[in-house]
Design a protein around this ligand. Structure first.
Ligand code: C5P
Length: 242
């Protein structure tokens, strides 16, 4: 059970340089399931960052949130998948045609061989109802998130990235097999940092999250390896109770 639980934990590699990234991968490989490479590290170090993690035996969630015309995103997605990442994402607001074209391009490229999971970001958690109105969207995030998740599913995507409070809404419309990756996770004794709508690892898994993204609660802990282990233990305890 500990191994299954460990595979659900994604460490956010929110660092500047390849050597800092390498430091964390060396410390945490075998203790977390995947490493998340985001825009900061990828813009600075590029595919080399992904290659380094894979060389060290780690798996990668490439968090670049593509949002462009269908042809461009589909082609970028095939390139992302060629890097050997386990999962990556795009913005559902790019529309159904963009999502379908991307899912189709991946299936065509991989022809049934283990293609990476394609996830959608629905509404950024930094967008309030008021921020949505400002850009001309009258619906609330609570209406938009399940609507976009359903659209992503219809377009052939594997899952979504969602905050803990959105999990139940999404499970309701997308069913049990749709993958949900959840950031904003904070163990009880950890600082909230700039995260607002947080949940503990146990709450997130109980609510139906398949993967948890955790950065600072591990990176800034006095004992990062111990912090990762206690999160994995917390996940395992919920899984055992199911
Ligand atoms: O350090 P912390 O655990 O807050 O890191 C969470 C990671 O998840 C960061 O890389 C952050 O960019 C990402 N993320 C998030 N909230 C979202 C989407 C992504 O915190 N809604």
């Amino acid at each position: 059970m500990m191994d299954k639980a460990r595979r659900k934990l994604i460490f956010a590699l929110d660092v500047e340089t390849l050597s800092e990234a390498k430091h964390w991968v060396t410390r945490l490989r075998g203790r977390v399931g995947l490493f998340k490479v985001g825009k900061q590290l990828f813009t600075r170090c590029g595919p080399e960052a992904v290659g380094m993690i894979r060389d060290q035996g780690g798996d990668v969630f490439l968090d670049l949130k593509y949002h462009d015309i269908p042809n461009t995103v589909a082609k970028a997605a095939v390139e992302a998948s060629r890097l050997g990442v386990k999962m990556f994402n795009l913005h559902a607001l790019g529309g159904k045609e963009m999502m379908s074209a991307t899912a189709a391009a991946l299936s065509e490229h991989w022809e049934g061989r283990g293609k990476p999971l394609l996830l959608a970001v629905t509404i950024l958690t930094s967008m309030s109802a008021e921020a949505l109105r400002e850009v001309g969207i009258p619906s609330s995030p609570e209406e938009m998130v399940p609507r976009l998740a359903q659209l992503a599913k219809q377009a052939g995507l594997d899952g979504v990235v969602a905050s803990p409070r959105e999990i139940a809404l999404i499970r309701g419309v997308c069913g049990p097999d749709f993958v949900i990756v959840t950031p904003g996770v904070r163990p009880l004794n950890a600082a909230a940092d700039d995260q607002k709508r947080i949940a503990t690892p146990a709450q997130a898994v109980r609510a139906g999250a398949d993967y948890l993204v955790v950065g600072r609660p591990i990176a800034t802990a006095a004992d990062p390896e111990g912090a990762a282990l206690s999160i994995v233990e917390e996940i395992a305890a919920v899984m055992e109770a199911f």
